[in-house]
Design a protein around this ligand. Structure first.
Ligand SMILES: C[S@@+](CC[C@H](N)C(=O)[O-])C[C@H]1O[C@@H](n2cnc3c(N)ncnc32)[C@H](O)[C@@H]1O
Length: 268
């Protein structure tokens, strides 16, 4: 699956806010130690936010892991890589396992791409060292109009065959379910959800938002089925018209409510 780091960087402030709300919950210095030994950012994307972890804990070894070569190229080219304690590794979340000095594991807006995370979580948490922190955030908006319309329009029309099975059902749990997993693993944990009422500028901004993330699998499948781009353009035209009705532009911009699910805890 290809990612476009520059397209993803649009709306960077709105995309960053949940990350900052998430990592603010990690209470470190702790246990007499100024910084964690190692910090891992799973699905780090362009690395901009990973860099804030390296700046917060200068003596920690901070690594961002991502399966997208495009995202990692952007991360490695970023000015933030001047931080000597920051590195990026190409790899999949499915193949990752915590090491004995992984004192902080952060994963922001990535586990929704890994449906097996629900099965993998207990093993990760079990392997993490005592006193370590695990902090995750996933979008919880798969039932929102933007995603429901993406799927319902995909199912009917000349593009339906090309899009059959491409758009995912809801791959994330509710806060209480993540909380249970963390408590069962011996973490002192809390979980919650927040809906960010984002005001997006520009024309068709909700379409532009999802183009950078959730719509990519559909557009890639349509381009593969019809390299002329006509099929993708036809689907996008119908989808964008529906988005304009669901999220009308106002004098202030377009309000796009976005629900996100958080879980954070420290291993007792
Ligand atoms: C929406 S971006 C989030 C990036 C960053 N964490 C942030 O908050 O800005 C999702 C990232 O997850 C990565 N990703 C998706 N599936 C993955 C997998 N199975 N293994 C590793 N990375 C994955 C993508 O390449 C992408 O960079």
């Amino acid at each position: 699956m290809h990612w476009d780091p520059s397209r993803y960087a649009a709306f960077a402030d709105d995309r960053a806010r949940p990350f900052h709300d998430l990592v603010a919950q990690i209470a470190w210095p702790a246990d007499g130690r100024e910084a964690p030994r190692r910090v891992v950012d799973l699905g780090c994307g362009p690395g901009t936010l990973t860099a804030t972890l390296a700046a917060r804990w200068r003596s920690a070894s901070v690594v961002g892991i991502d399966s997208s070569a495009e995202m990692l190229a952007s991360a490695r080219a970023g000015a933030a890589t001047a931080l000597p304690n920051l590195a990026f590794d190409l790899g999949t979340i499915e193949d990752w396992a915590p090491g004995p000095t992984d004192d902080v594991v952060v994963t922001n807006a990535a586990l929704q791409w890994v449906p097996s995370h629900v099965v993998l979580l207990p093993g990760w948490l079990d392997a993490m060292p005592t006193g370590s922190w695990f902090a995750m955030q996933v979008p919880g908006n798969f039932g929102s109009p933007s995603h429901a319309l993406m799927r319902s329009i995909a199912a009917e029309g000349p593009w339906a065959e090309a899009l059959d099975g491409v758009l995912r059902a809801d791959p994330v749990l509710d806060p209480a379910a993540y909380l249970s997993i963390m408590l069962d693993a011996g973490f002192e944990a809390r979980a919650w959800e927040t809906t960010y009422a984002q005001v997006l500028p520009g024309v068709d901004p909700v379409l532009e938002w999802v183009r950078g993330t959730g719509l990519r699998p559909a557009l890639q499948a349509l381009d593969a089925a019809d390299p002329s781009g006509a099929l993708a353009a036809a689907y996008t035209a119908e989808y964008s018209a529906a988005l304009r009705s669901a999220y009308p532009a106002t004098a202030h911009g377009t309000v796009y409510p976005f629900r996100r699910v958080f879980a954070v805890g420290r291993k007792a």
